[in-house]
Design a protein around this ligand. Structure first.
Ligand code: NAD
Length: 282
């Protein structure tokens, strides 16, 4: 399928993709990362064969597929550099958490061979040292083509992710940003804000000494990489702000039920949430 694959951003996701890709394709992997330490570690861990801090090094490698796995607000400048150094037939895809207008900007820069993608897999950990070749197995991979996306490029990207073991689903780029704005970006925002709330309420008592499993489960994702999440919140700000408004409304409803001591309504509110949450586990 692809013999030479390049990954830009050899961190947790890019590294995991490189490992998975090598396992199914047996291809040669080239890594590009602004951080020389990431390249050094990725080579040491045999995640990539060769690497550079400079995108122009891809001219000699001549990749058939390039996958961008950097924070989303870097994509456009990477796209501009890439088009100068890759061949006409090279396909470009990504692992970014935001799609929408970004997919159309990348298409403008790189043409119809750009195929937007988002693996619904991950953790709060950053860096290639956490990369896992089985990260994407049995997980969804959302592909976000536009009406102009090249059908052959889309087919090859889809086939690769199916070979990796993901369940590939197509979604409109804007619908993607609404959906993941609600089910991923909003919960991260709430987790970050909850940590700030506890910090603000810690006066004489250091409240961070006392959390139990519930607090730790709920806030695990607040340990995620700040640059990655800054970029996601800013790149998908419209959808994130809309879902935050709805969240503040539902939190106010809960506050009102507690304030009014309305036992019946409060039980109903909690019972509905509890049964909806249980249905997630099948
Ligand atoms: P990470 O911090 O582990 O890796 C990002 C890498 O990109 C780092 O090595 C960094 O040095 C490099 N980088 C940053 N700017 C660069 C640039 N301009 N050029 C070249 N390299 C650059 O982060 P990650 O968790 O691997 O996330 C990468 C992408 O994957 C993001 O777009 C994120 O939205 C997406 N994603 C992450 C998860 C997750 O759970 N972590 C899940 C789905 C999608």
């Amino acid at each position: 399928m692809f013999k030479r694959v390049a990954v830009i951003g050899v961190g947790f996701m890019g590294g995991s993709f490189a490992l998975a890709c090598r396992e199914v394709l047996g291809c040669t992997l080239y890594g590009v990362d602004i951080n020389p330490e990431a390249i050094r570690k990725a080579k040491e861990l045999r995640v990539i064969d060769e690497g550079s801090t400079d995108t122009t090094a891809l001219r000699d490698f001549d990749p058939e597929l390039v996958v961008i796995a950097t924070p989303v607000r870097t994509f456009e400048s990477i796209g501009k550099n890439l088009r100068e150094v890759i061949g006409q037939s090279c396909i470009v895809s990504d692992l970014g958490s935001v799609k929408g207008t970004l997919v159309y900007s990348m298409e403008e820069l790189l043409g119809s061979r750009f195929v937007g993608g988002h693996p619904i897999a991950g953790t709060e950990k950053a860096g290639v040292e956490h990369a896992r070749k089985d990260l994407f197995k049995g997980k969804r991979f959302i592909i976000t083509p536009t009406p102009s996306t090249d059908a052959h490029a889309k087919r090859l990207v889809k086939d690769l992710w199916e070979a990796i073991g993901s369940m590939v689903e197509e979604m409109d780029p804007y619908l993607h940003d609404f959906v993941f704005g609600v089910v991923s970006h909003l919960p991260h925002a709430v987790a970050f804000a909850l940590i700030h709330t506890v910090e603000e309420l810690s006066g004489e008592v250091n409240l961070f000494k006392y959390p139990g499993a519930g607090f730790k489960d709920f806030t695990r994702i607040a340990g995620s990489d700040p640059v990655m999440w800054r970029d996601i919140f800013l790149q998908n700000s419209q959808e994130v702000l809309k879902s935050m408004d709805v969240f503040m409304n539902t939190l106010s409803q809960l506050r009102k039920l507690i304030f009014e001591g309305d036992e019946k309504a409060l039980t109903e509110y909690l019972a509905l949430a509890s049964s909806l949450r249980k249905s997630l586990d099948g």
